[in-house]
Write a protein that binds this ligand. Structure first.
Ligand code: ZN
Length: 416
């Protein structure tokens, strides 16, 4: 039996590998409400290299959390945003692979390959009616050719990574996701249609695809953009996927994966509505939101917990460019609105937690502070044992924050 990803799945990232149980508790809470959500522990190569962890650490954590909590449903370990350069290190420990092809987008494949692609799919030229999309999609040969120019090489790239994993692990022994989110331009529904055609053609049995959506998905903070436009495109993507699955024989459970960058609360309602309308599944990927709950928990614990939370911020403050660099395209921080180290030094645990916690109705919430700490985990990693000891000492209060955040702010809004 090939591995099949369940209808609802939730990507959780855990920078320091200590919150697996607390994260799983959120899925257990959902299960008690009758909603089956499959946990997927994800970690990218970027995170591994900043924290100095290896893919086997994520596997160990996931297995241990599942065992400790008596979780008898499925779960996966996601090699997030991997490329041909780094996939080998993930092959053994992971059973879910997010093939990142963003680097190839916009680079052109062979002219001959493009021609062959256009030949094969020019039967769609004309007006294409897709269930769930009001207006027929206008398709010309020129449009197919332009889409092939932009995406064919990327899909070939996905094929190369996919075959490398398949050769190492065996067919059907892993879940394949294709991600195109870390690029400038959102993909339109018609582009999505031909990307799916190309994936089928390339023999990549994608079970989830992560497009770039309209608007900004900054790390750890809410969506910035036109919510109405997002909702329209999101529904059109669902419609195109359902249509493409039938047309191209892609896996029947193929679904959208939203690489949320965590906490896109203002579009959760649209996502929930669209899922219900199309009766379809979803993979919602988050990561850094859990690390921020660790800091909130430590701050609320007071004493040396609060001291270490402050220390992370104060040390990070002087290293703004270095820490923000790798995330430049997915953060918008107004440096002038960051509190000074002197100010934070005087804060109570409550002050720190309120500035950081993603509660937009709280007047002390500071999205600049939140985004900056989101990318500041390198500093905590450098504290080494000191940071981990604090997590262990205050496990109870940290875990409570981690579970509540995932369950109340994310799962409840999107899936229930
Ligand atoms: Zn992503």
């Amino acid at each position: 039996m090939p591995m099949i990803l369940e209808k609802y799945s939730f990507g959780i990232g855990d920078r320091f590998g200590h919150q697996g149980k607390a994260q799983l508790q959120a899925m257990i809470n959902a299960k008690k409400q009758g909603i089956a959500i499959t946990p997927v522990w994800n970690k990218s190569n970027r995170e591994h290299s900043i924290i100095h962890t290896i893919p086997a650490d994520v596997r160990k954590e996931a297995d241990a959390a599942v065992k400790a909590m008596g979780w008898d449903e499925s779960y996966y370990v996601d090699a997030d945003h991997i490329s041909l350069k780094n996939v080998d290190a993930f092959v053994e420990a992971s059973d879910f692979f997010t093939l990142d092809v963003a680097d190839y987008i916009g680079k052109k494949a062979d002219e001959a390959e493009i021609k062959t692609f256009v030949q094969k799919y020019k039967k769609y030229v004309g007006q294409l009616n897709v269930d769930g999309i009001e207006q027929p999609i206008e398709i010309t040969e020129d449009l197919i050719s332009k889409i092939a120019d932009k995406f064919l090489l990327a899909v070939r790239g996905a094929g190369k990574i996919y075959r490398r994993i398949e050769a190492a692990r065996g067919k059907g022994s892993f879940i394949t996701e294709v991600s195109m989110d870390e690029t400038d331009q959102p993909q339109t529904p018609v582009e999505m249609f031909f990307i799916l055609a190309a994936l089928a053609n390339e023999g990549v049995p994608a079970q989830t695809v992560a497009p770039k959506f309209t608007g900004r998905f900054n790390k750890g903070v809410d969506y910035v953009g036109n919510v109405v436009q997002f909702a329209k495109e999101f529904e059109e993507d669902f419609a195109v996927i359902a249509f493409a699955v039938k047309e191209f024989g892609l896996p029947k459970n193929l679904k959208l994966s939203v690489h949320s960058g965590s906490d896109k609360f203002s579009i959760y309602k649209s996502i929930n509505k669209a899922m219900k309308k199309f009766d379809t599944g979803l993979h919602l990927k988050t990561a850094g939101t859990t690390w921020l709950e660790e800091l909130i928990g430590l701050a609320m614990a007071g004493g040396d917990g609060l001291a270490i939370a402050k220390q992370v911020y104060i040390k990070a403050f002087g290293r703004f460019d270095e820490l923000c660099g790798p995330y430049a395209t997915v953060i918008d921080i107004d440096k002038n609105k960051l509190p000074s180290p002197q100010t934070v030094e005087k804060w109570s645990g409550q002050d720190f937690a309120q500035a950081l916690r993603h509660n937009q109705s709280c007047r002390n919430y500071n999205p600049n502070f939140r985004q900056f700490l989101h990318v500041g985990y390198k500093v905590a990693a450098e504290l080494g044992r000191g940071y981990i000891d604090a997590l262990e000492k205050y496990e109870h209060i940290v875990a409570k924050n981690v579970t509540e955040n995932i369950y109340d702010r994310h799962i409840k809004q999107v899936f229930i």
